[in-house]
Design a protein around this ligand. Structure first.
Ligand code: ARG
Length: 462
């Protein structure tokens, strides 16, 4: 047998006991208590709105606010006692308020309000606070990337396509690539925040407020930028959750690619970077192992965040307007994604600020064949069409291979001339990696000036 129904706010119509498993199944308090603060603040401002309407007296308001602060303190100090019938954070807080200030006054706080506009309000406040925190951590992370990029601007390494050596780049260019991704994430998050920060409060269960509450006043009091203009939308809209989950998924997608590169660069075969001990672990069997677990987790956790997005999209698909209990399924994926993203940003920041690079290995991985394009460009500068020079450069690569030379740079000027008479002695100047990266000085390129300009532009956006 389950517990009596008297604690339930909606208990009036329900006399029978419910299935205890149903109580568990229905309850969201185990996870939505995370929003206790938003819920209490929401009630505080809502009751101010009621008082303005003369629905509660100023003495009652004072008592309510005092009670709310007492409850807040209980949550903060871990002394809030949950009781049977506390279905969610909203019912728990209201039940407790009644115990502290008496049911007569506490019974007025929900006038004209429904848990439908209440939960939507709490969620938006909660999401807003979390996104603001993420913005701060993200900007710290980007700052570490750009700082490192400035410090190590002189280090060259291979750039890859298809994970095959392609053209020389600066290590800083790689750092700046991800700093660019994360800066776009930062800007995208700010845009999402604008849509998150709208107030559903005062929409009631679905049809609006019967006492003409000042919704602008409520919105302002809760730090919202605007009021959601339709009461049905106000209670049913979870796009802000979906957008947050999408943002999180995309961010984790970027982080997983960033991590994968670093995992590859940290292998003995590459040896470009070494993770600090703080972000690696050993093997329980093989004493020599140092594993990049931090990066593997960053890569792996991207999957669970993507799962949260797709799961919740499935939950909301085809539900009728307006509030339906399916929507309670917004919380666990959202909370999990926010925590995962927050920790991931902090771990990635730690990894990138403590790893060490091996300049010799990075530059040692550059090979002369990576300058085959530069060789083609050499002839372009002498007026030969690129399609032709591409072919000629290919001939040089093949000839060097056939002659078993260690690289195309080892062909003599005579051998170059034999392949194409337009080659001259200055062809040797092509075979310099630094010259190659410096040539690419257009916006976004590998030249030092171009990379520094990127870093400056990124820093200016934060
Ligand atoms: N715990 C519920 C949720 O998160 C609160 C809203 C309940 N509303 C309702 N009509 N039963 O969705």
């Amino acid at each position: 047998m389950s517990k009596p129904t008297e604690n339930r706010l909606w208990g009036g119509r329900f006399t029978g006991a419910s299935d205890p498993l149903m109580d568990l199944y229905n309850a969201s308090l185990p996870y939505d208590q995370k929003m206790y603060d938003a819920d209490l603040t929401g009630t505080k401002v809502y009751t101010e709105g009621l008082q303005k309407l003369g629905l509660i007296t100023s003495d009652e308001l004072t008592a309510i606010h005092k009670g709310i602060e007492e409850i807040r303190n209980e949550w903060q100090t871990n002394t809030f006692e949950e009781k049977a019938g506390d279905e969610d954070i909203h019912t728990a807080n209201e039940r407790r308020l009644g115990e502290i200030i008496g049911k007569h006054i506490a019974g007025k706080v929900h006038t004209g309000r429904s848990r439908n506009d209440q939960v939507a309000t709490d969620m938006r406040i909660f999401v807003r606070e979390n996104l603001e925190k993420l913005l701060e951590f993200l900007s710290g992370f980007i700052g570490v990337l750009t700082k490192r990029a400035r410090q190590e601007i002189d280090v060259l390494m291979p750039g890859y396509t298809h994970l095959q050596r392609a053209q020389p780049i600066r290590w800083s260019h790689w750092l700046s690539c991800y700093a660019t991704y994360f800066t776009e994430d930062y800007k995208r998050l700010k845009q999402i925040l604008v849509r998150v920060n709208q107030s559903p409060l005062g929409a009631g269960a679905l049809a609006g407020h019967p006492y003409g509450i000042d919704r602008e006043f409520l919105a302002k009091g809760l730090g919202f930028d605007s009021v959601i203009g339709n009461s049905l939308t106000a209670v049913s809209d979870r796009d802000f959750v979906i957008e947050t989950l999408f943002w999180s998924t995309l961010f984790m997608n970027h982080i997983s690619r960033f991590s994968e590169d670093l995992i590859i660069y940290s292998t003995a075969e590459f040896g470009f970077i070494k993770l600090s001990d703080a972000y690696s672990t050993g093997s329980s069997l093989m004493p020599q192992k140092k594993n990049p677990d931090s990066l593997e987790l960053l890569r792996g956790k991207s999957g669970r965040v993507f799962g949260s997005l797709s799961g919740f999209l499935m939950s909301t698909k085809s539900i009728p307007s307006t509030y339906n209990k399916d929507m309670q399924e917004d919380k666990e994926p959202l909370f999990d994604a926010l925590t995962t993203v927050e920790h991931s940003i902090l771990i990635a920041t730690g990894v990138i600020s403590t790893l060490t690079i091996n300049k010799q290995r990075m530059e040692g991985a550059l090979t002369m064949d990576m300058l085959a394009t530069d060789l083609a460009d050499y002839l372009v500068r002498k007026g030969v069409p690129f399609r032709e020079t591409h072919h000629i450069s290919g001939d040089c690569v093949r000839t060097a291979e056939e002659l078993k030379l260690s690289g195309i740079d080892k062909l003599s000027t005579a051998q170059f001339k034999e392949i194409d008479s337009r080659f001259e002695a200055d062809v040797k100047e092509v075979f310099d990696f630094e010259v190659s990266v410096e040539r690419r000085d257009a916006i976004g390129g590998t030249a030092k000036s171009a990379v520094l300009a990127q870093l400056e532009a990124l820093e200016a956006q934060l």
